[in-house]
Design a protein around this ligand. Structure first.
Ligand SMILES: Nc1ncnc2c1ncn2[C@@H]1O[C@H](COP(=O)(O)OP(=O)(O)OP(=O)(O)O)[C@@H](O)[C@H]1O
Ligand SMILES: [Mg+2]
Length: 236
């Protein structure tokens, strides 16, 4: 093949790369991760028992807390995070979206599409804090998407929602993934992780026990802790 026809693929830097990452508090090491690389392809689901360090890891990756040691390299500065209990502005639904668009210097006319995506057109003028839990969560997600993030962190976005509200949130997450946003999400629901995830990071005692494709994780979990977790057993 002539040289000018050769297809060269430049190495794509990982979106997120944690190296020798440690977070300690109260004399305990709560996060201890030697190497965790998250690429751009498909949503990453973070699973693990209560207290495993999932929320801490998400906060570290998003830069909300500083590690005790180690570092996180990110290939992007456009990141957004949605918390389990979203904090909405004491304004209308529409104003919450307008605020996010303004802060991220995004065109104001994206608001209509975001309201539609959240299924909140009819409630645009309602105070955001008067929405139901599921509606608030949908608003929080589209408000995060308003900032056009390359990476979207979600901490248990459906943990207090009914099945219909959960599916509505999952549709938003899938749409964000299809639009090219890297989703990194904590969930306690293995079935949800299977529906949404391309890969799984399984945390236990602040350490990554497994980092593998979702199929492989659910079909053949390698670590005893993951097997016990998936079997619904008590993990110590
Ligand atoms: N600032 C802190 N100081 C001391 N301990 C902390 C701090 N933040 C978190 N922890 C502890 O770190 C551990 C991991 O907390 P984290 O919130 O990340 O767990 P999690 O995996 O998200 O659990 P859950 O599933 O219950 O949400 C917990 O034992 C928690 O008490
Ligand atoms: Mg948590």
């Amino acid at each position: 093949m002539p040289e000018d026809c050769a297809i060269t693929t430049a190495p794509v830097p990982p979106l997120l790369h944690a190296r020798n990452l440690r977070f300690a508090a109260g004399g305990e090491t709560l996060i201890d991760i030697n190497d965790l690389t998250l690429g751009a392809s498909g949503p990453t689901m973070i699973l693990g028992p209560n207290g495993a360090g999932k929320s801490l890891l998400l906060r570290l990756l998003h830069g909300l807390i500083q590690p005790t040691a180690g570092q996180i390299d990110t290939a992007t500065s456009r990141q957004a995070m949605v918390f389990q209990r979203p904090v909405l502005l004491r304004r209308t639904v529409a104003a919450n979206i307008h605020y996010a668009l303004r802060a991220a210097r995004q065109p104001r006319d994206r608001a209509a599409a975001l309201l539609t995506q959240a299924g909140l057109n009819a409630k645009a003028r309602q105070p955001a804090r008067s929405l139901s839990g599921g509606e608030q969560q949908r608003l929080a997600i589209v408000r995060a998407l308003a900032t056009a993030p390359d990476v979207l962190f979600l901490d248990e976005p459906t943990s207090s929602l009914d099945p219909a509200a959960t599916l509505a949130i999952e549709a938003l997450i899938s749409a964000a993934d299809a639009a090219g946003t890297k989703v990194v999400m904590v969930t306690h629901d293995p079935a949800q992780a299977r529906r949404l995830g391309a890969e799984v990071v399984f945390l236990h005692h602040g350490r990554v026990q497994e980092h593998t494709s979702a199929d492989r994780f659910f079909d053949t979990p390698q670590s005893p802790a993951a097997r016990a977790y998936l079997a619904g057993g008590l993990i110590l």
